[in-house]
Structure formats: C-alpha cells, structure tokens
Design a protein around this ligand. Structure first.
Ligand SMILES: [Zn+2]
Length: 224
C-alpha cells in the first residue's frame, strides 16, 4: 500500500488554504507547517541568532526571504520527528528554486500536492470585503459573517479593515502568486500528483471534496 504522507497545499491569498491545511493535518494526524507562521514567530522555531535577525529584518521591511534562507528554516522544521512522520506544508515552496530543492529533500513517492482553485475576481472581492480582528480572526460579508455586525465572534472586539486588503495590493499579490506558483503547480500536475479543489464553497464543503479527491488518488495508486 502506497499512502501519501507529505501534503503540499497551494492557493491564492484569501483562499482559506490555512483552514483546509489544518483540517487535513488533523484528520490524518500530520504536522501542519505554515512557512508564514514560522517566519512571523521565527525565534520559536530556530536557534541561530543570525537567521532570526535576518528573517525579522526582512519581514519588517516587507521583503521575501531568499530561497536559501527560507529553505533552511523549512527543512529544520521538516527534520523534527512529528514532521518526518508526515506533514501538510503551507506557503512553501513559493519559487521553482525552492521546489527543486524540496524534491531532493523528501521522498516524492509520498507527496501529494493540492490547490484551492478560486478565480481572481472572487479572491479580489473576498479580500476587499474582508474584516479582521487583532486576535487574528477574519470575517467575510457572506460566507463567514460575524454574528454581530463589525464585532469579533471570538473576542468581542471591533473589527477593522487591514491596510493591505486594498484592491491594488490584492491585484499585485495575485499577480505575484500566479507568476511564482503556477509553474510549481505545472510540475506537480505533470507528475500526476496534483489535485484541484474548488475553493469557492464553505470550508466544510471544500474539505469534503478535498478528502474525496485524496482518497481517489490513493485508490488509483493502489490499483497500479
Ligand atoms: Zn477577535
């Protein structure tokens, strides 16, 4: 039996891939690894002070980490026992260079990539109408509206609009996403280890269809 144990999740900003990634990790008892969350809390994940300093400086300046640095951080995490047993990777790889590096680090036989498909105009509309809370919760207008208007369900604070949730900013983030991630998706599609999931319905519905497709992949692989 050839099961998958390394999942890589892709999706445009605002696609809810973090939620899906966490649900998937929970269902299959895998480590959920978000490169973005790791970078924001870098001092919790690495000990080397030069890595911590460079990461924090680059993030504060709104810059990306170099492929080399990003890979180093992620591989340190992947080497931990819970991740060796299996993981859901979110936010990495983000460049072809990172992807070429990753495929030499893990056994590709166990890899399944997935992408949440959301059309650009839907992404733009979702983010442009999104409200955030300082506790980290986010709300939409329709699919995930707060119970009381403009108030966070989780903590009761007033919701606000993030300054980077503006249409121009979203458009340039989307363009960057396609330029960097589409070629990586091509790689997984060509190797027949990519599943595409409609990312527009409610999270539970998306997750059902994701699991259905994962199971289908496992079945078709076990037949061969
Ligand atoms: Zn809140």
């Amino acid at each position: 039996m050839k099961e998958f144990k390394y999942f890589i999740i892709f999706g445009p900003p605002g696609s809810g891939k973090g939620i899906q990634g966490k649900m998937l990790a929970q269902k299959f008892n895998l480590a959920y690894i978000s490169s973005g969350a790791m970078c924001r809390n870098i001092d919790r994940f690495v000990k080397e002070s030069d890595i911590i300093k460079t990461t924090q400086e680059r993030l504060a300046a709104g810059q990306f980490l170099s492929d080399e640095l990003m890979s180093k951080i992620v591989y340190e995490r992947l080497a931990q026992p819970d991740a060796v047993a299996g993981f859901v990777l979110d936010g990495y790889p983000r460049t072809l260079v990172q992807n070429e590096s990753l495929v030499t680090k893990i056994n590709m036989q166990f890899v399944l990539a997935m992408v949440l498909d959301v059309a650009d105009d839907i992404v733009i509309n979702r983010i442009a109408t999104r409200l955030s809370c300082i506790c980290g919760a986010t709300y939409g207008l329709v699919t995930n509206a707060p119970k009381v208007e403009s108030i966070c369900d989780a903590c009761g604070l007033k919701l606000f609009k993030r300054s980077d949730d503006k249409i121009d900013v979203i458009k340039s983030r989307l363009a960057l996403y396609h330029a960097s991630v589409d070629p990586i998706l091509n790689f997984y599609a060509q190797n027949n280890i990519l599943i595409k999931v409609d990312g527009t319905p409610l999270p539970d519905i998306i997750f059902e269809s994701l699991i259905r497709q994962v199971n289908r992949k496992i079945e078709s692989r076990n037949k061969n």
